[in-house]
Design a protein around this ligand. Structure first.
Ligand SMILES: NC(=O)c1ccc[n+]([C@@H]2O[C@H](COP(=O)([O-])OP(=O)(O)OC[C@H]3O[C@@H](n4cnc5c(N)ncnc54)[C@H](OP(=O)(O)O)[C@@H]3O)[C@@H](O)[C@H]2O)c1
Length: 269
């Protein structure tokens, strides 16, 4: 029987390669997006919004698995709640959820923590919505994606002086490798909380930025910035990293810079 899979957030960084992999695996895939129109990939796109619930229940009709790749800086817990409610209304689909490494280890208690790291608390609350739903589920926690950090580096380097959170490290992972794992999980049996996924190396934030600046031949001043609060302290202690017990990706930050920054610089040189 052909698997019928709905990918919410199938237009995003992670969602796009997940959709491509599921389609290539022979699944019947549909995507929910807030933006109607022809997305040019031959995939059925339905309009829906996880903040309001609009269009979600109809999109779920007849699907066996829902991969939730939707997300934003704020409110992923509310979106998970709406997804669960809609899914319970149509049957018992397998919910595949993507969360973040550190969701359970970064304490978000104060106003300062919430303002800077509320994302981690929202992702943990979203995990609880899914795991407590009574529906079959799988959650994968991943570290930051290379291309998300690249977007941050590009944005920051527009400034002459780059404020760099001191003592914070990242273990970036390739989006395509995470997508392959998400697709594999979507095609498998519900597995609960699976081993985390992280990149092959950890880097200090200034190391990541210096690499980007070198690759793009820019010169900027880096200004170390101490971030206050318990969440920042936990992150400085490595709560956002997964050096052990993780499925490690292979692609490195250096490879990404050569492919996506170095080559484009050569192209314009
Ligand atoms: N980026 C990272 O480094 C990272 C690391 C670990 C985990 N994650 C998690 O991975 C997931 C995907 O991240 P990403 O970087 O691929 O995100 P992204 O590129 O920003 O894409 C976000 C996706 O969410 C959809 N979306 C946002 N709000 C929505 C809403 N109200 N209703 C329906 N869809 C909505 C967007 O769809 P439309 O705009 O088409 O509606 C888009 O497809 C998120 O849950 C994120 O927390 C990300």
């Amino acid at each position: 029987m052909t698997a019928r899979i709905l990918v919410i957030g199938g237009t995003g960084r992670l969602g796009r390669p997940v959709v491509a992999r599921l389609r290539d695996a022979g699944c019947e895939v549909r995507v929910v997006t807030r933006h109607p129109g022809d997305h040019g990939d031959g995939i059925e796109h339905l309009v829906g919004d996880l903040r309001t619930g609009e269009g979600i229940e109809p999109a779920l009709a007849g699907v066996t698995t829902v991969v939730n790749c939707a997300g934003s800086a704020k409110g992923d817990d509310g979106m998970a709640r709406i997804l669960v409610r809609a899914a319970l209304g149509v049957g018992t689909p397998h919910l595949v959820n993507i969360s973040v490494v550190g969701a359970d280890r970064v304490p978000v208690r104060s106003r300062v923590d919430r303002a800077m790291f509320g994302y981690f608390a929202a992702k943990l609350a979203a995990e609880h919505e899914i795991s407590g739903s009574g529906l079959p589920w799988t959650t994968l926690r991943a570290t930051q994606f290379h291309d998300a950090l690249l977007a941050v580096a590009r944005q920051m380097s527009k400034l002459p002086v780059l404020p760099v959170p001191a003592g914070i490290r990242f273990q970036p992972v390739d989006t395509g490798e995470v997508a392959a794992r998400v697709a594999e999980l979507a095609l498998g049996e519900p597995a609960g909380l699976v081993p985390e996924m992280a990149g092959p190396r950890t880097y200090a934030m200034d190391e990541l930025l210096r690499g980007y600046l070198r690759a793009s031949r820019r010169h900027r001043v880096l200004l170390p910035l101490h971030m206050p609060g318990g969440a920042a302290r936990a992150i400085r202690a490595g709560a956002n990293l997964a050096p052990e017990h993780a499925v490690l990706g292979r692609r490195t930050w250096e490879e990404v810079l050569v492919e996506q920054v170095g080559s484009s610089m050569r192209a314009v040189a």
